[in-house]
Every structure is written in C-alpha cells, then in structure tokens.
Design a protein around this ligand. Sequence first.
Ligand SMILES: [Zn+2]
Ligand SMILES: [Zn+2]
Ligand SMILES: [Zn+2]
Length: 353
Amino acid sequence: MIMNLEKLLTTPHKRFNPLLREWVLVSPQRTERPWQGQVERLQVAPLVTYDPNCYLCPGSKRARGNQTPKYAGTYTFDNDFSALLSEVEPMRYEQDGLLVAQSDQGICRVLCFSPRHDLTVPRMNAQELRGVVDAWTEQFSSLAQIPWVRYVQIFENRGELMGASNPHPHGQIWANATLPNLPAREDESLNAYHAEKHSCLLCDYLQLELQRNERIVCQNDAFVVLVPFWAVWPFETLVLSKRHFASIDQLNSDERELLGDILRRITIRYDNLFETAFPYSMGFHQRPTDRQLHEAWHLHAHYLPPLLRSATVRKFMVGYELLASPQRDITPESASSRLRETSETHYLDRSAS
Ligand SMILES: [Zn+2]
Ligand SMILES: [Zn+2]
Ligand SMILES: [Zn+2]
C-alpha cells in the first residue's frame, strides 16, 4: 500500500538515508510520552570578552610553551595535542584478514573564529563570518595540496554537551591520508547514484525538497537549510548549496558571503528554539583531495544537535540505537516547522531593543 505523508506522520515507520544507505526508525506516536530521564544543567554563555585563563584568547600561553599571538580576525594553529601526526611511515598489520590495522598520517588544526571569548557564530556579523569562511577555504586549499592528504574534515563542536572543552568560538580541521568512515560511505553512495542516474544525488534531493516544501527551514540565493527526510537527531539539519560543486574552494565571493549568512541564520534559529546557547556538532562533507575529479560530490554541511525538548533535555543514542538502528519520536516534518517558525533575531538582541 502506498502511504501519503499524512499517514506517514501518524504511523511508526522507518526512513532510508541515501547518503549512508541505512535506516532510521520514526515513532511519531511516542512524542507525548512523559519525560523522566536525565535533565542537564542549563548552559550559561560566557560573559567576558577576554579570559586570561583561556588558551585561545589572544596573547595567552598554551600547552607545551606555545603562544597564541595577539590575533585580530581568525587564527589557525596545529593542535598542541594532535590525534594524528604528519610524520608517520605508511605501515600495515594483518593476520588472516581478522586482525587488520594500518598507520594513518594526519594534521589536526584548531581555528579560532574570533579573538572575542564570548562571540559565537549566531552573534557574528557578516564581515566576521566572511573571515571564518575564508579561513576554512584557505585551510582546505592548502591542506588539499599536500600530496598525501586524501581528505579534509572541517568541523565545530559547540557546547559542553558536545564535549567542547572551551567556550571560546573555535572549530577544528583534520586532514587524513585516508578517507574516514562517513565520508567514505557518502562517497560510495554519491558515486553509485551518479553512475546509475547520470545526475547528482544531492541536486536531485534538493529539487525534490524545494518542490515539496515540507522540510525547508530557510534559504538564501546560494544555500538551503532543511531537516533531511532521514534525520536522526531531533533538530538535525542539512545545509545544501544550490549550485553543484564538490568543495568549499569552488565557492565564488558572493557564495562565501552567503554561506556565512546561512550559517548565522540557522544558528540563531537554534539558539532561539530553547533560548539557550544551542549545542551541536557541525561539519562539512566534500570531495576527497586525491586529485581525482569527483563529479558526483556535492558540498554540504550537517548540523547534529542533541537537544530534544528544552535547554536541559537531550537525546541519547543508547540501547536500540547502539545495538540496532537509530530511532526518533518527533518527526523531521514537525522539527522543521518548529525551526521555520522560530525568529531570526537572536533572543539576546531582542531583549536589548
Ligand atoms: Zn578565549
Ligand atoms: Zn549536486
Ligand atoms: Zn554528508
């Protein structure tokens, strides 16, 4: 039997994620169940613009005697405790195909978005955001030029709930000699779709979403933010470029401006949703940097926020989700309408006016 969306929204079902080629269980009938689980402490945003004990603030001393300079815009440096090292010999360990390991070479960088300790992405102005996008682009381009680098992962962890150890606005950029798990799975899906249909999975998906207009949150001339049909996290979103290109270095100047604009707008909506500094992990997925063409790749960003129904109640991925499939109660359609109805004026600016 073919279901319409209305029927889907009242029936337990599973949805297919074509990027990872896996399923997520959706249980709309459960949204009214009472919450007796863990309640988090409310996150209080830092109020000081400069914290002498913060190692990312301009002019401070970092671990191992390194110094953070008195920077004005953005500042990038190699992580003092990198998870990967650039000077590792390629090696492989193997026993009967069951004990398999190999060395991995890499570079881990930290990117400070602003010298101001308290300034977060949703509260940056267009010029400050342009600086962040420019820094991401420069980092991607220069790391992609290193012959052994095959993938560059740009990401941000915001908030203690996501394990960010420092409230100073910053992100990270990791470059690897091999393709990490999720980009590798997306690479396979995008290539398979391209080979079969001679078009781009994400261009086709975006057209469908724009046509149906059921899960779109906001958009500008170059980017669309939507809650993907297959979202796992309660308020997960996908940022898609309207133009087809494979990596951030292919953005023109207007698009760099518009990328900053769309990231500011979605993060303001997030902060306003529960009037809190909304925690999330976000990151870009883009073409591998192995000097192949990668026509099937379409630049996008994922926002994966853990909050569920208030500033203090989060979603956990446990039990069935760790052992079987991810599962959600609130539907992607109702999450997107909540986000769509949320204001694009930051709640902290609203009270001031
Ligand atoms: Zn700081
Ligand atoms: Zn595309
Ligand atoms: Zn992706």
